[in-house]
Design a protein. Structure first.
Length: 193
């Protein structure tokens, strides 16, 4: 990844594992450790996702990590990370499962709301993402196979890893300031938040 102060990949994976209940799926681990090139610039366009899929990923990412007093997933260009990781690092079967998951979200939106995801209202989009989250992580969720995780688990992992390894996520949200060769393990919490 090409951010100026990226969070080390292994540290990001540990944090994501903690946020997701201790297990990060194999496709995400392989992709992050294998690396990908997050494209920057105003002339960026997705290379793996269609424009509609890219908009879906961008919107879902912003619902998962919205802008608050710090920038959200959209400002961190998490959609670009997802596009790069899914296209460059995922095995073909994992890429297919992810892309099929986006298609199934669209199908579900059409059945429930009469429109594709990107044409639904913000309230409908948030409601559907909440339902997907509950199905994947709620009390009644099926145990997840680490090797073949369901779509929404993959999506949420990618959003969290993409956000917290971005410059915005690492420096503004986590307040991580990576200085090569320097470590101070005794910084008062009040100083870093």
């Amino acid at each position: 990844m090409s951010d100026s102060n990226p969070l080390p990949r292994r540290q990001a994976l540990r944090r994501v594992g903690a946020l997701l209940g201790g297990v990060v799926s194999a496709p995400t681990v392989a992709g992050v450790l294998g690396g990908c090139e997050r494209q920057t610039g105003d002339d960026w366009s997705p290379s793996t996702l269609t424009p509609e899929q890219n908009e879906m990923v961008d919107t879902i990412a912003e619902i998962i990590i919205p802008a608050t007093d710090t920038p959200g997933a959209r400002a961190a260009n998490v959609n670009r990370f997802v596009d790069a990781l899914v296209g460059e690092s995922y095995l073909p079967e994992d890429r297919k499962r992810f892309l099929d998951g986006l298609t199934s979200v669209n199908t579900r939106c059409k059945e429930e709301y009469g429109a594709p995801f990107v044409e639904c209202s913000a309230e409908q989009q948030r409601s559907l993402v909440a339902a997907l989250d509950d199905e994947a992580f709620g009390a009644d969720a099926e145990p997840t196979d680490r090797e073949t995780p369901p779509f929404f688990r993959m999506m949420k992992e990618l959003v969290i890893v993409g956000y917290y390894t971005s410059e915005i996520g690492a420096t503004q949200e986590l307040k991580t300031n990576v200085v090569p060769g320097y470590y101070d393990g005794s910084v008062p919490y009040e100083e870093i938040g």
